[in-house]
Design a binder for this molecule. Structure first.
Ligand code: IMP
Length: 178
């Protein structure tokens, strides 16, 4: 394990099993319908790629990126920095997030995407950090709930590092605080 890490929270095997479970839940809910996975860059790409391959349904994929709102850093306000390439009108959209923390990003994205008139819209997150939730967001699918710790790996970063770790680990607080 990397020296900056305190402990592994979820191993590769546990991640694979959780994705299989969530893919089964999604497949049961959507039956044979085609779904559009709208993935939030950059952290969720690892999860979205594995989830898409585990889904026994026709899947379309599109991507967007958010960044903190200028002049409002720390407020949790975000804006779309890279928009979707295609319209989602009339499609069954599943928003794919790496982690839902305060929920402010997800709340903003759900509102924004609803205005584009998809046939349906639901959210799916790899990790759910419930203890820090500020916004009451409708998260329909999650792989794991986690405590209020800063985690990295499997797409999640700290200052752009550790995304490619195949497991999820807690970062040592001394690294996090610099
Ligand atoms: P929210 O708007 O507070 O829910 O923010 C979610 C975003 O915060 C995620 O997409 C991550 O980029 C970031 N984030 C929150 N907690 C963590 C963590 O433990 N590790 C890495 N990124 C995190």
């Amino acid at each position: 394990m990397h020296e900056d890490l305190e402990r592994v929270l979820f191993t590769e095997e546990e991640i694979r099993a959780a994705i299989e479970r969530v893919a089964g839940e999604i497949a049961a809910d959507y039956q044979e319908k085609e779904i559009t996975l709208v993935t939030v860059l950059r952290g969720a790409v690892f999860f979205a790629a594995d989830l898409a391959r585990a889904l026994p349904l026709p899947v379309r994929m599109d991507f967007l990126a958010v960044s903190p709102f200028p002049l409002a850093s720390g407020s949790g306000m975000v804006r779309i920095a890279k928009d979707l390439d295609e319209s989602i009108a009339g499609q069954h959209v599943l928003l794919v997030e790496d982690i839902v923390d305060t929920g402010l990003t997800l709340r903003y994205l759900m509102k924004t995407l609803t205005l584009r008139q998809p046939s349906s819209l639901a959210a799916c997150a790899f990790l759910d950090k419930k203890p820090r939730r500020l916004a009451d967001v409708p998260l329909r699918y999650r792989c794991f709930e986690i405590p209020d710790r800063f985690v990295v790996g499997y797409g999640l970063d700290y200052q752009q590092h550790y995304r490619n770790l195949p497991y999820v680990a807690v970062l040592k607080p001394e690294v996090f605080r610099g």
